[in-house]
Design a protein around this ligand. Structure first.
Ligand SMILES: [Zn+2]
Length: 128
């Protein structure tokens, strides 16, 4: 039932012909960890609503316990992550362990103080 195009244990298979960290400016977001990293980067950025910044992912909208809308700058489109009883599921990747999910988990932890399903502004979330 669960289809994951990426095999999860792929850290072992390092290709010797592939340079490890050569193309850093185009950061690819694929795993939960990538999403966490993108979140840290976004939190540290001065303009959190700029879609043209260096941020791999930008938070567009967050409704606690319902859904999160992110803007993925490498895909150049909005990605919706659905939340059902606190479990995130990415509508773009059809996955529950992609970078968008990782980012959403981080946002959720920030917004956890509210549980009324109301939309919060980005400022409310990051400044609280
Ligand atoms: Zn995703």
């Amino acid at each position: 039932m669960k289809k994951n195009p990426h095999s999860s244990g792929e850290d072992q298979s390092t290709d010797p012909n592939e340079p490890p960290d050569d193309n850093k400016q185009l950061h690819k977001c694929e795993t939960i960890e990538d999403g966490t990293e993108a979140f840290m980067q976004w939190m540290g950025s001065s303009d959190k609503r700029s879609l043209k910044s260096d941020n791999a992912l930008v938070l567009i909208k967050f409704v606690n316990d319902e859904h999160t809308v992110l803007y993925d700058t490498s895909l150049a489109k909005e990605v919706e992550v659905k939340l059902s009883s606190g479990i995130p599921y990415c509508n773009n990747c059809k996955s529950d362990d992609c970078a968008h999910v990782g980012f959403t988990i981080c946002v959720e932890q920030l917004g956890r103080h509210r549980r009324d399903g109301k939309e919060e502004t980005i400022e409310e979330i990051v400044d609280s």
